[in-house]
Design a protein around this ligand. Structure first.
Ligand SMILES: *[C@@H]1O[C@H](CO)[C@@H](O)[C@H](O)[C@H]1NC(C)=O
Ligand SMILES: *[C@@H]1O[C@H](CO)[C@@H](O)[C@H](O)[C@H]1NC(C)=O
Ligand SMILES: *[C@@H]1O[C@H](CO)[C@@H](O)[C@H](O)[C@H]1NC(C)=O
Ligand SMILES: *[C@@H]1O[C@H](CO)[C@@H](O)[C@H](O)[C@H]1NC(C)=O
Length: 155
């Protein structure tokens, strides 16, 4: 049987893609990196560490209070969390004014619960002309699939 390429690609990469949280943003945008631990219990006195892949501190909550003493310089004044949501188990992080150097893997670690959530952030540069902007984000992948399938057809 011949396999229609775009379908094959989707079947092959589908499960892995859905098991990893990916967040995309453009330079200067604000994004929310999700981290939720929804349990039927109150999250008082929580300790959470948001870190980069290099173990730099992005945000810490220690015993229910924000602790930014060790925050890595790259993130100073650019993060916030939704403290009202903490009791609901929503420890998502808001990162504002994205820089291209923010791209990478982030982890949200809750030591007392042994919970580790990972988020892959990819920051893309903004094009200056309006015509390029229309290629933003999700519009691009169907286009690439089309292109790929056309190439296979030509071969
Ligand atoms: C919060 O937890 C710390 C240790 O993890 C403990 O020393 C402190 O008493 C706790 N605070 C409350 C209000 O439970
Ligand atoms: C962060 O904000 C404070 C208060 O607005 C300011 O004094 C400080 O210089 C800022 N730090 C950086 C690294 O932008
Ligand atoms: C967590 O809180 C943020 C900010 O209020 C919200 O945007 C997000 O949808 C919440 N996530 C969940 C799973 O409730
Ligand atoms: C780009 O689009 C915005 C609105 O979408 C418009 O205000 C602006 O004039 C456009 N710029 C150019 C160079 O076409």
């Amino acid at each position: 049987h011949r396999c229609w390429l775009p379908v094959c690609v989707i079947l092959l990469i589908g499960p892995q893609v859905s098991s990893q949280v990916k967040v995309e943003g453009f330079k200067g945008d604000n994004v929310i990196l999700p981290c939720t631990y929804i349990e039927k219990k109150e999250h008082k006195n929580v300790t959470i560490f948001w870190q980069t892949a290099d173990d730099d501190t992005v945000y810490s909550i220690i015993d229910g209070k924000a602790d930014l003493a060790k925050q890595y310089s790259q993130f100073i004044n650019r993060t916030s969390m939704f403290s009202d949501e903490w009791t609901n188990g929503n420890f998502s992080l808001l990162l504002i004014d994205l820089h291209s150097t923010d791209s990478g893997s982030y982890s949200c670690f809750i030591p007392t619960e042994d919970i580790l959530r990972q988020v892959e952030l990819s920051v893309q540069g903004l094009f200056t002309t309006n015509s390029s902007v229309s290629l933003r984000g999700q519009n691009l992948s169907p286009f690439l699939f089309l292109l790929l399938s056309q190439m296979v057809y030509l071969l």
